[in-house]
Design a protein around this ligand. Sequence first.
Ligand SMILES: *Cc1c(COP(=O)(O)O)cnc(C)c1O
Length: 452
Amino acid sequence: MRKLTFERPIIQRINAGLPSKYGMPRRLEPLSHIDGVSIQTLLEEFGSPLFIISEQTIRKTYKEAYRAFSSRYPKVQFSWSYKTNYLNAVCNIFHQEGAWAEVVSGFEYQKALSNGVPGELIVFNGPDKSQEDLRIAIQNHSLIHIDHFDELYELIHLSKELDERPKVAIRVNMDTGIYPQWDRFGFNFENGEAWDALNRIMASKRLDLLGLHTHIGTYMLSTDAYRVAATKLASLAVKLERKYGHILQYIDLGGGFASKNTLRGAYYPGTDTAPSFDDFAEAITSALISSDIKPDHLPLLLLETGRALIDEAGYLAGTVLATKRLSDGRRATIIDAGVNLMFTSFWYEHDLRPIAPVSDQSEDTTIYGPLCMNIDVIRSNMMFPLLKKGDQFVIRRVGAYNMTQWMQFITYRPNVILLDREGKPHIIRKKETLETLNSQEELPDHLKKFDL
Ligand SMILES: *Cc1c(COP(=O)(O)O)cnc(C)c1O
């Protein structure tokens, strides 16, 4: 008979008066498999910690989003937001599903080209486009979204030098009822700057004005903000047609739809509060369709959805390194994945689960990562079962931003694997080694030797 492990009895205070909608904290259900594949087996084969991405979930989520918009509006196009997750395998799944590329730097632009995205299907956003980036984008006929007047004048200058008509849109920022307002990107709607920029483009006669763009924020829980944004962009389109007879080809509503993660301190879980793709699509398309844009001139609707398309498909599995008691008696569990891999721990109360049935008891626990840094906290307090050294866990919904904002700090970045639609694992980014990092360093000759 297997010897049962001893569990110290604990006294749990009942927080009367504080039950959530779900009553008292429930037992955390273990999550043992992803797409039918055992997480434990994957950890054995590919090491711990381990990022796991589900191809099936990406495709399913994309189809759901596309359907929500295309069933309500005649012309819809998604552009994959590279910075949200630019692992080539991930980008190419989106491209196979039909998404163009949305990039915010010369590096991302080159990555999209090298993945095989045609230049004219790359949307180039962001405040940092060098003269060289712009030259390449103009010659490739990419869609350049102008961020500020300096860029506008640079484009007019380059159009003469290269004897080309750059394809452009302007990014517009505005009051959508969400504060703080994201007014550092693009031209402001309310103070007339956006209209001024459009007039300058038309007056220059050197740029091919194709669209209007906005990206109002990220993790947006309000569909109404999108209704306001679409209405304001539509009003600019109407003004352009009225004054110049100019008809725009597209309106780009950016990204920002909330994923189903739960924000820190939120009372309800994100699974309950995040609007669905249908909700967002309803708000945006009804604003466009009921605007004063003539029905024959309705522009293509571009979307640059990032986190809501990929968060759900990403998992981070790992191992418990140790447990300890903090000085106030609270329980702490130390795991082998820290904020170096989980940048989003600063915003989210991540859904962390054991991968196998463990103790029936739960305790208020702080989950620390492995870094020698006090800020390395994955969850500051959660009711968590009493996992021990060597037990394994998995964190759900980590597909967005973590695999681009991760840091090489103190430890190596781990393997990232993709489970294909048959559940077969493929390494899509190899674990780093000392050689990976040393290959970037140079050691001056006089520092090569020392005697101790
Ligand atoms: C980051 C970004 C996106 C994607 O935003 P999400 O909040 O992840 O949907 C889209 N467009 C632009 C311009 C961005 O900077």
